[in-house]
Every structure is written in C-alpha cells, then in structure tokens.
Design a protein. Structure first.
Length: 467
C-alpha cells in the first residue's frame, strides 16, 4: 500500500477566461490579446483587470490567464511547484496571441521580489509582443552608504533592513524595466504607467524609448455600465432619513487611507451627516488578527465611541455610533452602487508613494463629488482631470470639514480620460491598428441609441495626448 507522501499530487488547473470581440472589424479578424493577471479574487489588480478586459473585448478577442493567488503568493515548496507548473502552461500558450499584457504587481507573481522578477522574465520571454502595466513603480534607492554607516556603528538590524529594502526595490522596478528595455531588441515591449511622472522616470532615469511608454490613469466604467447600476441594497437596509448627507470611504481599511480622519471630521458636521466605510481589512492583515481586532480598526472604533481607546472606556466625547456604518467588503456591483448613492466620496489618504487609486478613478467614472488629500499621487491624477478634484492638506480634518460644507460642484465638469481613452492606450501599447470608426458607431448604436454619437476612440486619445 502506498504511503500518503508517495501518492501523486493532483496538478493544479490553469484558469482562463475568453471574451470574443463584440464589434470585430469588417474582415472579422479581431486582434488577439492575452492578459496575464490576478483575477476573480479580493485584490485591486484583479478588479482592474476585469474592467480592462470588459473595455477591450468590445474590439479585440481577449483571454485572461489567471495568476492564482492561492498558489503564486505562497512560498511553500508545493506551492512553488504548482506556480511553476501554471506558469509553464501559461507561457506555452502565449506565442499564439498577437500581443500579451501583463498586469504587473510583484506581490501577485511571487512571495518575494526575486521570485516575482524571475517569473516576470519568463512571461516576457514567452510573449510575441508584450505590454506591461506597472501598478507599483518605486525609485531605486541605493542603500550601500547607509549600510556601511550602520555597520560601523554595529547597528546590524538597521544595516540588514536597509540593504534588504534596496534589493527589494531593485527587483521590483529597476530590473524589470531593464529586462523589458532589452527585450525590445527582438520584440515590441512597452510600458503602461498611471502618471506622467512615471513616464519621465522611465525615459530619463531608465533610458526607455519614449515612444514605447504609455500613460493613462486607472479607468473602469462606461456610461452604459454606470446607467445599469441600481440603488444599493445594503444602504436601503440602514433606513437613513431622507435628509441624510452620506459621506463614503472605500477600499481596504488601512491606516494610509485615512478612515480615522473621516471619523474625526464627522464630529464637526451636523447630525444629518453620516459616514459609510465600504471595505474590510485586507486578507493579508486579517490573518494576523485572529483573536483580536486589527489595531487600526480598534483606533477607529475608539474614535467613534468617543474613548481614548477600547481598553479605556472613559468617554472623552459623545459617541457617534449611530452615524458611522461599517459595510464590509462587497461584491463588485454592490460596491459601485454604494459609491453611486453617496453624496461625497472621501479619499483622505496619507503619503506612501502610491501612484494610483482604484476608488478615485471609480468615483470619477460615476461622476461623484470627490474630496481627496493633496498627496503626490493624487496631484499627478489631477493632471488628467484638471479642476475636477476638491483637495485638502493630508491629515488636516478641519480643512476637510470645511471642504465638505462648501461644495464647488466640480463633478459637473467634463473629463478627457475615460474607458475609451484607456482602451485606445492599450491598443496603441499592443501595436494594434486603431479601432475603425464604423466599429465605434456600431457600439454607440447598441448602447446609447437615443443620444448623439460620441467622439471616436481615436479623437478621445488625441485629447489625452494634447493634454
């Protein structure tokens, strides 16, 4: 009888999703694009990949190759073997496509920066042509001088972590960009980034050909998809009075997103103002808080109850428990419906070097009033949407409260970037021919028959380039 460890392990199955072109060109030969990404999981990259696919499938045959996060993020020997098996399967199929797009967030490819980089190179090598969407773009900070300074002082821990940070950044940005740059000798290899600042860094610091760098902020919803959203079921169960002014913060609950500031500002506002927190603790953090609350959630709850801390029940301010509503992590449509039903979307983020934000892009697509902190990332985002965001200095909840009480009605301004220009960016980065005008008109006839035909995807892209 065979022992348990001698039994052959069942191989993990590759998951993929095929979306045929809805509006192919007249000759019926739609371009074939493969997207390699995290998908169908609680992850911002996975969510963005879904919407990118929905945009591109209108004019291209799109296949999503799923990076199974239960496999790729795990560092155990069996998981590494499963990840290698899945990656070999993915890479064996990529040559049959016209082009490949990799949604590159190192954490979705491997448990370490080195393993993520190694898998990155395999995907690049297997692709006929490739575009890489960089969701994390770090400055390469050399820590060698700091390493030796700390070592001379016998600060071994500081020296080790300083060198470790430097190595990690090197494998997260510098080496992938260099590898992609070198790949241009044998194929078309392009970068897609989310800010104009990253374009300049790629060109000036990394020597990437400017013609092969494309920039566009995150984009999600078409007008047709926005119009299909209905009222939030969860908000209806709250039974809020009709005169309620609803503020919302969205996404994983994390200190840098500033949900605590939203609670602080609520105390400054009249009783008809309510706050919804739509999101939960990130699964990676939640697994470390099995027996007790996440520390940051504890801090938020203490502020709501008016206490110094949950361990100290002495009330220092009145409770606002009836005006703050934790809604938890929601499925895609409900999350968007909650945002659509809010009067104001708050983004009181703190500076951590973030280059993009899903919630702020969704709020723009939903034409919501947006109040965001003045971080470097949001200032870069504002370049694509001039005079669209109301901004305040980060951590200044008094200024945030004043902004909330003095609406500027910027949500009524027109925007130059949308899912259309994003789709055009991906077509250009992939080397595909531009979408023909008749394809665009056919789409418009099906989705907005009672409205004037919108400007073509090429014209929309030209606006972005001009800006």
């Amino acid at each position: 009888m065979m022992k348990a460890d001698e039994l052959e392990r069942e191989p993990v199955m590759l998951r993929k999703h095929f979306f045929p072109a809805e509006y192919p060109p007249a000759n019926g030969k739609a371009p074939k694009l493969a997207i390699v990404s995290a998908y169908d999981c609680l992850c911002g990259i996975a969510e963005y990949a879904y919407f990118v696919a929905q945009s591109l499938r209108k004019f291209a045959d799109v296949t999503i190759f799923v990076l199974d996060q239960e496999v790729f993020k795990c560092g155990s020997a069996s998981s590494r073997a499963d990840a290698d098996h899945l990656l070999r399967e993915i890479c064996s199929e990529l040559p049959s496509f016209d082009s490949v797009n990799l949604q590159f967030e190192p954490g979705t490819l491997g448990p370490s920066s080195r393993s993520a980089y190694h898998r990155f190179t395999q995907i690049v090598d297997a692709s006929p042509d490739i575009s890489v969407t960089f969701h994390t773009f770090l400055d390469d900070v050399k820590e060698s001088r700091g390493f030796w300074n700390e070592l001379r002082r016998f600060r071994l821990t500081a020296a080790f972590f300083g060198r470790s940070r430097s190595t990690s950044r090197y494998y997260l940005t510098t080496k992938p960009v260099a590898y992609l740059k070198n790949a241009n000798k044998t194929k078309r290899a392009t970068c897609i980034v989310h800010t104009k600042r990253e374009v300049e860094r790629l060109v000036r610091r990394h020597g990437f050909n400017r013609r092969l760098v494309f920039d566009h902020p995150l984009s999600y919803l078409s007008d047709a998809e926005v119009n299909q959203l209905k009222g939030s079921r969860m908000l209806q169960t709250l039974g809020l009075p009709s005169e309620t002014v609803l503020l919302g913060v969205f996404g994983f609950i994390s200190e840098y997103k500033g949900a605590d500031l939203a609670v602080d500002v609520l105390r400054m506002l009249p009783d008809n103002y309510h706050l919804v927190i739509a999101g939960g603790v990130h699964p990676h953090e939640a697994k470390h808080c099995v027996k007790k609350l996440n520390p940051f959630v504890q801090e938020i709850m203490a502020k709501i109850l008016g206490q110094n801390s949950l361990d100290d029940p002495t009330q220092i301010q009145p409770s606002i428990l009836e005006r703050v509503h934790f809604l938890g992590a929601q499925e895609r449509d409900e999350f968007l419906q909650i945002m659509k039903d809010c009067d104001v979307v708050l983004l009181p983020y703190r500076e951590i070097g973030q280059t993009s934000s899903g919630p702020i892009s969704m709020a723009v697509d939903l034409k919501k009033r947006i109040i965001a902190s003045r971080t470097a990332g949001f200032l870069e985002f504002a370049k694509y949407f001039p005079n669209r965001l109301e901004m305040f200095d980060q951590n200044n909840f008094i200024e945030l409260g004043q902004r909330i009480r003095s609406p500027q009605h910027l949500e009524k301004r027109s925007v130059a970037c949308s899912w259309k220009t994003n789709a055009a960016t991906y077509f250009s980065a992939s080397g595909f021919a531009a979408v023909a005008e008749n394809q665009w008109r056919e789409y418009e006839a099906d989705n907005s028959p009672d409205s004037p035909v919108e400007e073509s995807i090429e014209m929309e892209l030209s606006k972005v380039e001009a800006a």
